[in-house]
Design a protein around this ligand. Sequence first.
Ligand SMILES: Nc1ncnc2c1ncn2[C@@H]1O[C@H](COP(=O)(O)OP(=O)(O)OP(=O)(O)O)[C@@H](O)[C@H]1O
Ligand SMILES: [Zn+2]
Length: 806
Amino acid sequence: MSNIAQIIVNIPTRSITKPFSYLIPAHLSFAAIGWRVLVPFGNRKIEGFIVGLEADNIPGLKSILDVLDDFPWFDNNMLETAKWLSNYYLCSLAEAMRLFIPGQSGIKTQKAYQIPQALDWEYTKALLSNKSQEYLILLAYINEHGPVTLTDLAKRFTSIAGMIKFCLQHKLIVTADTVSKRGKANSTMLIKLAVSREIAAQIEKALPKSKTAQRRLLKALLSTQELNTVELRSLAITQATVKKLAEQGLITICSVPVFRNSYAGAQSLATELTLTSEQRQALQHIIPAINTGAYTSFLIHGVTGSGKTQVYIQAAAEARRLDRQAIVLVPEIALTSQIVARFRTAFGDDVVVMHSKLSVGERYDAWRRLHAGQAGIVIGARSALFAPVSRLGLIIIDEEHEFTYKQEETPRYHAREVAAVRAKLAGATVLLGSATPAIETYYHALQGKHKLLPLNKRVDDIPMPAVTIVDMRQELAQGRRSVISLPLQTMLTEILARKEQAIILLNRRGYSTFVLCRECGHVLKCGHCDISLVYHAPTSILRCHYCQERHAVPDVCPECGSRYIRYFGAGTQKVEEALNGLFPLARIVRMDQDTTRGKLAHDKILAAFAAGSYDILLGTQMVAKGHDIPNVTAVGIISADTALNLPDFRAAEKTFALLTQAAGRAGRGSKPGRVVMQTYNPEHYAITAGAEHNYQEFYQQELSFRQQLGYPPYANLIKITVQANDETIVHRQANQAAAELTQSLAMAGAAIIGPFPAAVNKVKDIFRVNILIKTKDLPTITKQISTMSIANQKNIIIDIDPVNVL
Ligand SMILES: Nc1ncnc2c1ncn2[C@@H]1O[C@H](COP(=O)(O)OP(=O)(O)OP(=O)(O)O)[C@@H](O)[C@H]1O
Ligand SMILES: [Zn+2]
């Protein structure tokens, strides 16, 4: 029989990647893989998860102290998903499993005191004879209630610290830690009669008149069989009364989980809205798939404003009807309060929202409710994928093309890939949704990996907005130097006069994006990062957007001493200034990283804008995402080219998606929408196709480009990044790694590109050099890499299917 458990301890640190061995004591022999346990670790007691079992005889092992739940925390599907993750993304099982473990440890240990077993009370009394009575009272209290915490004692005794010190010194008390789980249980107390009704009735009559509460409780139980906490409260019956009757053996107290299912709300919503014929058709495929209980994956390719959310809600309702749970992933929880609100309207308390602002207790509570099946729908960013739902029936990934679905730290997983694995194990349905699906996803859909469900029209046949492309070279030729072109200015003037609203996008924050000496051409750069400093206007400060360092603006060029220091490139602050100049009466609100630092800042700005408190919402890509505001009839894109010129093979895809999404915010209500796109590349297919809302056109062009260069979806990529604070070392190591890779992978038909310095080759004083591997046989290549020395070097990052290749 296995007597040793391998345990991953739950300490939020990346440095612990290996499990530790602990002895399983006989009375806990039922503890199996997946159980959450309490183990000694250093001089602490902490939470751990059993990941392996073996039978062996290793001397000197510490024992597991206790189990923390009465069920295994990891079910088989969760464990299998973690194993897949560790194989596919080349991380340790511990790192993969940690994804399923909510943040910080869920247990709390507190110092406590108790009386040692062999305390000689006679000796103690003698010892304390010249001390105050308080000492004996204290010891008696600890004896009766121990172990007791210092906090508890401090409430009852004054000058407790001195007494504790004395008692510890003389071994009258010993320390013992108490362990409690954070997060309150979602259960309610239920009271029942423990004796027959006849006996209960007799006792009730025999009770003295003064015991009114006890009589009231018995009477109530005689008439209703059982009472819960709420009913007890309404009868004004206290815990003390309940306890008295329980002690006499007249009643039993049990605890039952609260089950909240607000599915009823969904039905009423379903009847209120008449689905569009396209929504209905999509659901005619999705609903039977959910019912089969076998894995199916769908791609809902729906233009902006086609009502994808409603399809998600109906699909979730079907999963709930079958008593299965749903995971809903959104790109960024702070920007998606609208979808959360719609799910809440439909499902009420059945929805659990996971976000980083939850406290440990709240997070735990959410986890427990999902685990116990008391909540059926979890909405959150990519990490919600690891929610402990044991009856998974549906995974929805909204805006599936978004890059936030890729985690940029170990384990570098992509939510779309992991969702497929989890769903396959659980026999669940996957719904991917987007107006601009990732090239890979659409390609895979055409290959049959996802069933393609198009929503080609906006609800109510609302037309797509009309887009004007403005060639900024022409503007300049006509002597116009403003960041706001004439067509954009005209459009804004018109809609402001009609009391309609506008969204203006510029995906760069700050005032000026670089500062240059006109005399010698020197560009001011961060001392720690190889990137130009951004000028921020209100504080007149230069900031590095990579390490956040601040610099004062120099009076003269640090290179040549010239006074000709000038500012170039426009950020959101500059556009705000220009808009204020052109439209002094318009109410303008800016939303970018600088204005959304506070909690709920995004929500506040968006809610105020949606409520009509502002006329123009200006900001970075966060203004372009998913918002559904009927009075927005105009969208202005200051620079369609911000992402286009980056040396990234996904530059066009990013540009097309952002333009389409941004344009899609216009004209979603009864009034038609218009869009102005400013660009220096008016002929580029990402821009022309974006202006025509023509995904097919973009897809065809982009696919042939990918095919020519052998990029995804025609091959898989692996990015190897070597990092070090010394430039020579980093290059030497990267060259070595590349040589090693070439030698061992060439046979397997992989192409090795590089090493080449990262686009920003130094960040926070760390130099970075990349190597890219292209392969059509990812499993073989990753397996090969896992055996190489680079797989175990701390300063080398291996990124499977990287989203960012820069
Ligand atoms: N069947 C329907 N009848 C009437 N209105 C609907 C219907 N379905 C959805 N709507 C409304 O249409 C609007 C657009 O829907 P939704 O926000 O789901 O679009 P979307 O497809 O997610 O768009 P985007 O990709 O731009 O985020 C919303 O205001 C929604 O309430
Ligand atoms: Zn910096």
